[in-house]
Design a binder for this molecule. Structure first.
Ligand code: SF4
Length: 265
């Protein structure tokens, strides 16, 4: 604990720098070697930053081993409690691996395509939310703790628990390629240790929305038909949930496509 004004100043100075905050967050997940920290924040000025953190009493440094001091642990705990939702970088995340594909089944909506389940380790937990900016067509759901990523017809859902489901793939190979693509995109962001910049705006057009609606013109949404409903969605005058037929199993893929698309309107 800083006991006087000059010690408080040292701590404030130490945590005012983004690289040093990144190091503290990284150590929050366990003790590290200087080499591991170097991989996260780079070699340049590493010793300088470690010295400042040590002088502030936030870390303990013994040869190559670095760990949070008791004060450092309390500091990090206090920071999380005061703002539990804030995750500003990937420093607490570890690179992911794709564990084996667990299940291959025909798609409910299109039996000529497959849906495949897999696992990623370690689970991404709260970092998952940040990944939404990495993929051009994606949407994050707090309620389901899931990230839906759309690429062409393929829909991938990653859950905070580590479970992954890929739908509408032609074969197992295509699923493996897609998983590899996701893995390298995510690991690249984790290696940089920073939240990605906001993604570019995706242009959504009326026909694309209409194409994914059930097109039965049942009127349950309160509109004359699907085309009118698509116009309302485009004008942000209606919510997707009003189209209740989308909840039926045969429209599961359409619903996920639309959930991503309406984010960009
Ligand atoms: S409820 Fe859905 S399927 Fe029925 S008319 Fe409206 S948009 Fe079309």
């Amino acid at each position: 604990m800083p006991e006087n004004a000059s010690e408080t100043k040292l701590v404030n100075f130490a945590v005012a720098n983004g690289t040093r905050r990144k190091i503290i967050n990284f150590l929050g997940n366990g003790d590290r070697s200087t080499r591991e920290i170097e991989e996260i924040v780079g070699k340049s000025s590493l010793n300088f930053h470690l010295k400042i953190l040590k002088d502030a009493g936030l870390i303990e440094l013994e040869e190559e081993a670095v760990k949070l001091s008791e004060y450092g642990r309390n500091f990090l705990k206090g920071k999380k409690e005061s703002n539990p939702e804030e995750i500003t970088d990937f420093s607490q995340a570890k690179p992911i691996e794709i564990a084996s594909i667990r299940q291959v089944l025909p798609c409910i909506a299109d039996a000529s395509r497959l849906r495949i389940s897999a696992n990623i380790t370690p689970p991404l937990g709260r970092v998952l939310k940040l990944l939404v900016t990495l993929f051009q067509r994606s949407s994050y759901s707090d309620r389901k703790d899931s990230l839906i990523i759309q690429k062409g017809e393929i829909i991938t859902t990653i859950y905070g628990s580590g479970k992954v489901s890929i739908r509408m793939v032609k074969n197992e190979n295509e699923a493996k390629q897609e998983l590899e693509r996701l893995k390298s995109t995510i690991n690249e962001a984790i290696a940089k240790g920073e939240a990605p910049a906001p993604r570019e705006k995706v242009k959504v057009n009326l026909m694309e929305i209409y194409k994914h609606l059930p097109q039965t013109n049942c009127g349950r949404c309160g509109e004359q038909g699907c085309y009118s409903f698509a116009i309302k969605l485009m004008a942000r005058q209606a919510a997707l949930e009003l189209c209740t037929p989308l909840k039926e199993p045969e429209y599961v893929n359409n619903q996920e496509h639309l959930e991503v698309l309406v984010n960009y309107i």
